[in-house]
Design a protein around this ligand. Structure first.
Ligand code: C5P
Length: 211
């Protein structure tokens, strides 16, 4: 039997990336953060003075190279916005389908994203859907980005992050091209009351029960 493909989907800042990477390490499978593909296309469009709101990144997506994913400037606010626009372009998504399938073709893999279990690998061996309330996700993102528990502007900053995440959820779930939704055969993990180690333990338990 060929090596397993594990799909990890869910909304922004739910802890998918942390989980998927640790799961891949634990199972000795390759790991791909598919959000980086859309981020890299967005970045290259901005570099080339192309407007992701009005122009297509299809050709850039088709010519994407592994090194493009290693850039260190893929998580800036302008790339967040560009990637979100790029991700709504069906031609870009189509150009990246093969890249993602080819990644896991020989050695299996853990891939995290929004549409891995629904579009890219509808026959994935295991599908996990990682989620948490928008408040929990905003608090985590606030802490990850250097926020402290006793900052005087803590509440205001968390509210800002919460508003941004609500907007990304809306964009991710309402776009016509591969909207974010849980696959019918995915197993949901709600991470509100769990720390990363507990999410990993739960995911490993699910994987072992299925494989
Ligand atoms: O997960 P991340 O924030 O890095 O994703 C960047 C952008 O790419 C987001 O706007 C997200 O909606 C999009 N994306 C997607 N499909 C994926 C992974 C990410 O549309 N499989």
């Amino acid at each position: 039997k060929s090596l397993p493909v594990i799909a990890v989907d869910g909304p922004a800042a739910a802890g998918k990336g942390t989980l998927a990477k640790c799961l891949a390490d634990a199972l000795c499978l390759p790991y791909l953060d598919t959000g980086l593909l859309y981020r890299a296309v967005g970045r290259l469009m901005l570099d080339g003075d192309l407007d992701p709101a009005t122009q297509s990144g299809e050709q850039i997506a088709a010519a994407l190279r592994p090194d493009d994913l290693k850039r260190t400037d893929l998580r800036t606010p302008d790339v967040d916005r560009a990637a979100s626009l790029v991700a709504g372009d069906q031609a870009v998504r189509q150009a990246l389908v093969h890249t993602q399938r080819a990644f896991a073709a020989e050695r299996g893999g853990v891939l995290d994203g929004r549409d891995i279990g629904t579009v890219i690998f509808p026959d994935a061996d295991v599908k996990l859907y990682i989620t948490a309330s928008v408040r929990t996700r905003a608090e985590r993102r606030y802490m990850q980005t250097g926020g402290s528990v006793d900052a005087p502007d803590r509440e205001a900053r968390i509210s800002e992050v919460e508003a941004a995440l609500t907007e990304r959820d809306r964009a991710d779930t309402s776009r016509s091209a591969a909207p974010l939704r849980m696959a019918a055969d995915a197993v949901k993990i709600e991470t509100d009351t769990l720390i990363a180690e507990q999410v990993l333990a739960e995911a490993i338990r699910i994987v072992k029960s299925v494989l």
